[in-house]
Design a protein. Structure first.
Lengths: 320, 291
């Protein structure tokens, strides 16, 4: 990770200690000194500290991790998990939305269709990709790609990572609501296996738009819900500052959603978060996706669709 | 004004208008005062400016369906409080208050009936119930209504009126969008006609699921219809100015997302005409053979 890497407030002590260890090791090497005892002691302390900091993260800390600027995005996973990725562009109606990427690729040699939201690493890229907030044409592009996959029997992998569908005037004019609705409507009946992964941010309608599938996986530090904690805090407490309480109240972590039977599986991240090791994060995810697809490939199109509709029909908490 | 404040003030003004104890009612569009009895005879449309006063779900049911044909379904289905959510009040208390206020157990009234003799399955949302927000029970009632339509081969008619998703149920609320959309796709596979009526206001997860999935989408004049709320958009874009007529049904039609603007006094007539044209024989399973 780069020297000037961004760190979250709560991980500062860990980062500082890790830096100190790195410096000592370097010094030991350049000066030919034996500092192994000192380094060993610090390593132990660092491990202890990491355990304390990362073991029991609060919901808000996980939200922070999910937005970590060094956290891997959709394309970072795709380049590590798949080969032969051929990106396809445009919704054939209005334009090409760079906040959504998609195309055909191979997963362990098998062709699949992939779609997902994509943000950027630097200012220019973030602007070009609109901070990963899709316009209607982004959803319509994703749907076109999924339909294409369905026609040729390719399973669909949808990687969800967005704070929200873009709330702008043009997005409304071009039918943001219709685009989101149409995606869910069609995804519910795709005659191929559909695996959804909530990578980092599962922000409301903008996320569920590409979130309908047979298996819903969610990364350990991702959040998923109807509203972001800051916005929820504004509504509840008239200030953005009580976001910790809002994050608690919304029950938005992977373990909450697993308990609510809204997701099927929690995908573990490298200790301390996916941003600490992209390769490992991708390997951990790839294994779960491959397993899920292997199970789903055994089912007929009719079984897939019937099970999928039933799966969603079972969601909800009501009394009668 | 944020969502909650809007909800509170909306509820207050609405009760006054919907339980019209006064002899006179004042139009929020033009300020004109009208004799309550005259409004009742005029479908709660302002005789001065044709502005539509908000009406309750039961009032919609009675103005749309053939007299005495309505049989309510699933009246007892109500949201539990899965997250034990608490804002300034507990969600469970909010639910109790909403039940008292609306006389409903959820934000939608559902049932079956006939329109011009055609069998229909009807759902009408009600903003007096937590801003007509989409909760687990709302979703469940709609899904049961869809299944009833499929079993009986009825046209489905949903009158939308909602602030969007229900925050107090977070992901459960979000999933209702997918649940309803999946079932509507089944309804379409069964070749059953689905008509939506968008009334003021229709927003968020309701527009972005069953609101926009109608085979035919009707809207009441000047109804506000959108995905993101105007305050959210203003705040996000850092502007106080949005285009005139932004998210007004007539402008949504111009952008291609509504079929027709229908005045409330014409709603039943138009819908019966559409059913008679498209699905006159109770939606035959097989498409008619080509002549
Ligand atoms: Zn008026």
């Amino acid at each position: 990770m780069a020297e000037n890497a961004f760190h979250l407030d709560f991980e500062q002590p860990v980062i500082a200690l890790e830096k100190r260890i790195a410096e000592l090791s370097q010094q030991a090497e350049s000066d030919g000194l034996d500092l192994s005892e000192e380094i060993g002691r610090l390593e132990e302390r660092a491990e202890d500290l990491r355990q304390r900091v990362y073991r029991d993260l609060t919901p808000w800390q996980r939200v922070q991790l999910s937005r970590h600027p060094q956290r891997p995005y959709t394309l970072d996973y795709l380049t590590r998990m798949t080969s032969d990725f051929v990106e396809l562009h445009g919704d054939r109606a209005y334009g090409d939305d760079a906040a959504v990427v998609g195309g055909a690729a191979r997963l362990d040699g098998e062709p699949i269709m992939v779609v997902g939201m994509q943000s950027g690493r630097n200012v220019a890229e973030r602007q070009r990709r609109n901070f990963g907030m899709p316009h209607p044409e982004g959803y319509r592009k994703a749907l076109r790609i999924m339909h294409l996959g369905a026609r040729f029997g390719l399973p669909v992998l949808s990687l969800v990572d967005t704070s929200a569908a873009y709330p702008g005037v043009e997005a409304e004019y071009r039918g943001q609501a219709e685009a989101i609705a149409r995606c869910m409507y069609e995804m519910s009946h795709l005659p191929v296996p559909v695996v959804v992964v909530i990578l980092s941010q599962g922000g409301s309608g903008g996320a569920i738009a590409l979130g309908v599938g047979d298996r819903i996986l969610m990364l350990e530090n991702a959040w998923y819900g109807v509203i972001a904690p800051e916005a929820c805090s504004t509504i509840l407490f008239k200030t953005r500052e009580r976001k910790e309480e809002a994050a608690d109240a919304l029950k938005l972590t992977a373990s909450d959603l697993h308990e609510q039977k809204i997701i099927d599986q929690i995908v573990p991240e490298p200790f301390g978060g996916a941003h600490r090791d992209w390769d490992e994060a991708a390997a951990l995810l790839k294994r779960r996706v491959t397993e899920a697809l292997a199970e789903l490939r055994l089912l007929s199109a009719e079984e897939l669709v019937r099970n999928r509709v039933e799966k969603y029909c079972a969601m909800g908490a009501y009394s009668d | 004004m944020n969502w909650l404040e809007r909800m509170k003030s909306g509820l207050k003004t609405r009760i006054k208008r919907e339980i019209p104890q006064g002899i006179w009612q004042q139009c929020t569009h033009c300020g004109h005062s009208t004799y309550t009895m005259a409004l009742e005879r005029n479908y709660w449309i302002c005789p001065e400016c044709t502005g539509h006063y908000p009406i309750s779900s039961r009032q919609y049911a009675s103005l749309l369906l053939d007299e005495d044909s309505f049989a309510e379904m699933d009246a007892t289905v109500t949201s539990s409080d899965p997250l034990r959510f608490r804002d300034t009040k507990r969600y469970s208390e909010r639910l109790r208050a909403a039940r008292r206020l609306s006389g409903l157990n959820e934000a939608i009234l559902t049932g079956i009936g006939t329109m011009g003799g055609h069998p229909v399955a009807l759902g009408v949302m009600d903003t007096r119930f937590i801003m007509g927000s989409l909760g687990s029970a709302t979703g469940e009632k709609i899904v049961r209504l869809i299944d009833r339509a499929r079993v009986d081969r009825r046209c489905l008619l949903l009158v939308c009126q909602s602030g969007g998703a229900r925050m107090m149920e977070s992901a459960f609320s979000l999933m209702q969008m997918a649940k309803i959309s999946a079932k509507l796709r089944q309804l379409a596979e069964d070749r059953l006609l689905y008509i939506t009526v968008l009334t003021d206001p229709t927003y968020g997860g309701v527009t972005a699921s069953f609101g926009m999935l109608g085979d035919i989408i009707l809207a009441e004049p000047r109804a506000r219809v959108g995905f993101a709320g105007q305050n959210v958009i203003k705040q996000f874009l850092g502007t106080d100015e949005l285009p005139e007529d932004f998210q007004i049904a007539e402008s949504v039609l111009q952008h291609g997302f509504v079929d027709r603007i229908v005045s409330r006094d014409q709603l039943a007539v138009e819908i019966v005409r559409l059913i008679a044209l498209l699905a006159p024989d109770g939606n035959p399973q097989e498409p008619p053979a080509a002549p």
